[in-house]
Design a protein around this ligand. Structure first.
Ligand code: ATP
Ligand code: MG
Length: 519
């Protein structure tokens, strides 16, 4: 019984008798046999039928058995070839084995020898097939794994490359092995000039490099072998210092340090923004100090006058009291004097408290602002200045204006700045109108300051909100008032408009949105 199911054999022999007898023996055993009378016909048959085993005589005219074997091994290497040699022809047998024959048998053919050789050839065939299948499977698996690896690698490469933060990987010696796009852009170094050629230390001052390594080892910044939100400075190719925030991790493989990965965030923009904000805050404060100075000057008069009055009344009352007990009609007068004193002192106290509110340190916290109360205080603070310059104040302020979310102090600064500008525009007197109300549909509060002053020149109109733009004489204006107003209103998500209709003075209109979105 053949080991291989439907085992096909091609028998090549020039002796017809041998072909016939051997075929019968083999078919009898269950093999499928086809025969050829010479080497060439045998090869042809093999190509057509792809047998498992070829039995070939060596000695044949034209193409001998060894040539058949060599040809088969070249073209159809899967086929097992058993050569049939003449008895005692060891030399040919060795040649055949060298050419990778499975076996050789000698003539005259012995049944046992033939079947043993066929069994061995089949085993060889099967195990080679198994090895082939296995190799194929391995190759397939390997190709799959390779593809997976490539995909994972590409994904990770992409991940590193697309990071907005700079990523730098160093081997245990500190040599840079990863340097992503953001890193290259941040420091203006092309990747190929850095990878395997430079170390992180070359981007840091010696002192900063030491500090960074110490911080990495110390437990304070995210733990040992870790660094979290540490700040340092890298040097750009031009030598410029780039402030950065670093997070880093020492990597370990099987307990051994395998490198360090650093994540750098460029702080340049943030630092610039911080500086700009500091400048803005300074301007806001500067403007406020100027306004405060102007207010204080006018309020000194405002308080001085009532205080002089109060003093007079008190002196008068003391004088009367010194004369002896109070008569009934005097008592009534006293009552009136005291009422006046109380009123004047109350007014002074209100003025001072408004001034205090105004000078309060700015707090960025927004609260609900009562617009009516805010405007009352603005009027109180500027009243005297208006009176001094013979300016009439007209108010058209709706009762119970919808509150806005904002900074009371800053909004007050805006209105005062607008009123003071109006005053400055009317050295010979005039009128200021303060209007306010709300629009429930548009959900805005409107505050307008209008004056009968000189108006704003058309060419100046686009520039009045610029910081330090002033048309006033030196010592009279810095040019910060309107730019501050603009900044504050913008911060409140509102808008401010200025217009100057010919011959009508100037109009400034502030619109503030209702409620919570201002914060
Ligand atoms: N009501 C107004 N009428 C006419 N011109 C005005 C009026 N308000 C502002 N301006 C013009 O706008 C310019 C800029 O005003 P802004 O308040 O910013 O600065 P300033 O008043 O000149 O100086 P500061 O307010 O810093 O003391 C003024 O110099 C003036 O030319
Ligand atoms: Mg001004």
């Amino acid at each position: 019984m053949p080991i291989i199911k439907n085992c096909k054999i091609v028998l090549i022999d020039d002796e017809e008798g041998i072909r016939k007898i051997t075929s019968i023996t083999l078919e009898d055993r269950g093999y499928i046999v086809q025969t050829a009378a010479d080497g060439e016909a045998g090869l042809h048959l093999c190509q057509e039928t792809r047998p498992h085993i070829v039995l070939t005589d060596v000695r044949m005219p034209k193409m001998d058995g060894l040539e058949v074997l060599a040809n088969l091994k070249k073209k159809l290497p899967d086929i097992e070839v058993i050569v049939i040699t003449a008895f005692g022809d060891i030399e040919t047998a060795v040649k055949a084995l060298r050419l990778d024959a499975s076996d050789f048998i000698t003539k005259p053919l012995n049944d046992d020898a033939l079947h043993t050789a066929l069994d061995r050839a089949q085993e060889r065939y099967i195990s080679r097939k198994q090895v082939q299948d296995h190799t194929l499977l391995l190759e397939k698996g390997w190709a799959h794994t390779t593809q997976d690896l490539i995909r994972t690698f590409n994904f990770q490469e992409n991940l590193i490359e697309s990071s907005m933060d700079g990523i730098m990987g160093c081997d245990p010696d500190g040599t840079i092995v990863t340097f992503n796009r953001s890193m290259a852009a941040m420091l203006d170094y092309p990747k190929e000039k850095v990878i395997s050629k430079m170390a992180l230390d070359q981007f840091l001052s010696a002192e900063d490099a030491d500090k960074l390594q110490n911080a990495l080892q110390a437990p304070h910044y995210g733990g040992e072998n870790k660094l979290y939100l540490y700040e340092t400075v890298l040097s750009h190719r031009s030598g410029k210092a780039i402030p950065v925030q670093v997070s880093a991790s020492v990597l370990f493989e099987q307990g051994k340090k395998s490198g360090t990965v650093y994540y750098f965030r460029n702080l340049q923009e943030i630092k610039k923004l911080e500086q700009e904000m500091a400048v803005q805050a300074r301007i806001l404060h500067q403007d406020k100090m100027i306004s405060l100075g102007k207010l204080a000057a006018s309020i000194v008069h405002e308080i001085n006058n009532p205080l002089a009055g109060v003093l007079n009344y008190i002196r008068l009352m003391i004088r009367i009291l010194n004369r002896g007990p109070l008569e009934a009609d005097r008592q009534l007068k006293f009552q009136r004097y005291l009422d006046l004193v109380e009123k004047e002192i109350d007014r002074c106290s209100k003025l001072l408290s408004s001034l205090l509110t105004f000078s309060r340190k700015p707090s960025s916290a927004f609260t609900q602002v009562d617009v009516n109360d805010l405007l009352d205080r603005c009027i109180l603070l500027s009243q005297h200045k208006l009176e001094l310059q013979r300016i009439k104040l007209e108010t058209r302020i709706d009762a119970q204006i919808h509150p806005v979310n904002g900074d009371y102090n800053q909004l007050q600064q805006c209105v005062i700045n607008l009123i003071f500008n109006a005053v400055d525009a009317m050295p010979d007197g005039g009128f200021v109108s303060l209007q306010a109300g709300h629009d429930m549909q548009k959900e805005i509060v409107t505050i307008a300051v209008r004056d009968s002053g000189s108006g704003i020149d058309e060419k100046d109109l686009p520039r009045i909100f610029e910081p330090f733009f002033t048309t006033k004489q030196e010592g009279y204006g810095v040019g910060l008032g309107l730019s501050t107003v603009y900044g504050i209103i913008k911060n409140h998500k509102g808008i401010i408009n200025a217009s100057s209709p010919p011959g009508e003075g100037a109009v400034f209109t502030i619109e503030l949105p209702f409620v919570s979105n201002a914060g």
